[in-house]
Design a protein around this ligand. Structure first.
Ligand SMILES: Cc1cc2nc3c(=O)[nH]c(=O)nc-3n(C[C@H](O)[C@H](O)[C@H](O)COP(=O)(O)OP(=O)(O)OC[C@H]3O[C@@H](n4cnc5c(N)ncnc54)[C@H](O)[C@@H]3O)c2cc1C
Length: 405
């Protein structure tokens, strides 16, 4: 028997949930099924990240990331306040530790201003100490609008609201086939078959595979990068008041090892970025061989690896050695010792890579017929989820109404 809906959303992370919620707001009464393969929502990127409500400092002006982050931050803050979810706008400090980083810091300041980030302040060494007495550097930026939140909690609340308003949230339901038909799409998950007029693929680490199931040759492939965290011991946690970041290396999409005082008060150090041995390989050294072979066989990955072999190796060494990890952390907070770091959790980023080895720098959304594929939704997609969801809902509605984008 086939169940029928207006829209099927694949993926119970924050992007899929926010899209379903935006559809419910735009079209009250719309029949939505959200399919999540895990037994609970937010089990992957959404529930395993730094929890930072980004301000919009880093992104190329005019990019989707820049446009959606600034507005998304404001909307996420308002949502948490309305729903009584914990959120704290603590501000963040970006620290340059060498003269060579000062020009890049200035570039960040200009980007932030161009993106509409308010209140950014330039700091000298004493200004750094005024905000974070244990941080040290030659110059800094103070970004007052950055904060922290629990994105997993936000996702679960969205799921609850969706269900209360009539959406079918089907957990433990892994989509394994997709067929497009005239007038819509038929999706299979084991024994179950679901028909809908439109489909949103928000499958995160598996988004390219889900796109391929529908017969699409995705323009990017997902390469999983694990981010490992340490937690500061209770004695050392007082060395960090809020959020302390390095100046990012422009060659990489990740922000570099930073300090985050989380919403629960604990202080995390990280994440680093090492090639994951599988798309859901959070711990240990035993590889998911099928997944790893797929990555190594991808031309885009091999080109990327050839270009970044040396820094990649450095990250892998740091991943194995707490002393090296602590050395990286000490660049920002010199009093940190390796004994202050306890191993924490990890998350895996779905990094989209083009066949020429270029990393996708922006969100990548592709549409074909009744299908919309979110092929890349990296950070700050959790911050921006509510407005990304509205953007995707707009694309769905065009399809339901018989238009095109
Ligand atoms: C280490 C790390 C730190 C980060 N820090 C931040 C931060 O501080 N601030 C920020 O804004 N962003 C941050 N991000 C990015 C943010 O977490 C992601 O951009 C966001 O969570 C993406 O959400 P998503 O819904 O697209 O993906 P996910 O949360 O991964 O959800 C995708 C879902 O699809 C499901 N799925 C996959 N395949 C199928 C299938 N075949 N059938 C059914 N379901 C399927 C998965 O089980 C999963 O639950 C970070 C990410 C990582 C990994």
């Amino acid at each position: 028997m086939t169940d029928r809906f207006d829209v099927v959303v694949v993926g119970g992370g924050i992007v899929g949930l926010a899209t379903a919620r935006a559809l419910q707001i735009a079209r009250p009464g719309i029949a939505i099924a959200l399919l999540e393969k895990e037994p609970a929502l937010a089990a992957h990127q959404t529930g395993r990240n730094s929890g930072v409500l980004h301000s919009g400092l880093y992104y190329r002006p005019g990019s989707l990331k820049a446009r959606l982050c600034v507005e998304g931050r404001r909307r996420m803050l308002a949502f948490c306040e309305e729903e009584g979810l914990p959120v704290r706008i603590s501000g963040k400090l970006v620290v340059a530790v060498s003269d060579a980083e000062i020009a890049r810091l200035e570039g960040l300041c200009e980007r932030g201003a161009a993106n509409g980030v308010e209140g950014i302040g330039r700091l000298g060494p004493s200004g750094i100490a005024d905000h974070e007495p244990h941080a040290a550097g030659v110059a800094g930026l103070w970004v007052p609008s950055t904060g922290v939140v629990d994105f997993g909690g936000v996702a679960r609340r969205l799921g609850q609201i969706l269900a209360d308003r009539g959406a079918s949230i089907l957990t433990g339901c892994e989509v394994d086939r997709i067929e497009t038909r005239s007038g819509g799409v038929v999706v299979g998950a084991g024994e179950r078959t679901i028909a809908a007029r439109a489909l949103v693929n928000a499958a995160g680490l598996h988004a390219d595979r889900v796109a391929a199931m529908s017969g699409v040759d995705p323009p990017v492939r997902i390469v999983p990068f694990r981010g490992e965290y340490h937690v500061l011991s209770a004695q050392a946690a007082g060395l960090v008041g809020g959020l302390i970041y390095p100046v990012p290396d422009p060659r990489f999409p990740f922000l570099g090892v930073h300090f985050t005082r989380r919403i629960d008060g604990s202080v995390e150090v990280g994440p680093n970025a090492v090639l994951a041995l599988g798309r859901e390989h959070y711990r240990g050294t035993r590889a998911d061989w099928a997944g790893l072979t797929e990555v190594l066989g991808y031309r885009g990955f091999r080109r990327l690896a050839a270009r970044h072999a040396v820094p990649g190796l450095g990250e892998m060494l740091r991943s194995r050695s707490r002393a090296l990890y602590a050395r990286e952390a000490r660049r920002l907070v010199p009093a940190i010792r390796s004994g202050d770091l306890d191993r924490g959790g990890s998350g895996i980023r779905a990094q989209a890579v083009f066949p020429n080895g270029q990393l996708a720098d922006d969100f990548v959304i592709a549409g074909e017929g009744p299908l919309i594929h979110v092929l890349s939704a990296p950070s700050p997609a959790a911050t921006a989820a509510l407005v990304i969801g509205e953007h995707l809902a707009g694309l769905v509605i065009l399809r339901l109404d018989g238009g095109s984008d």
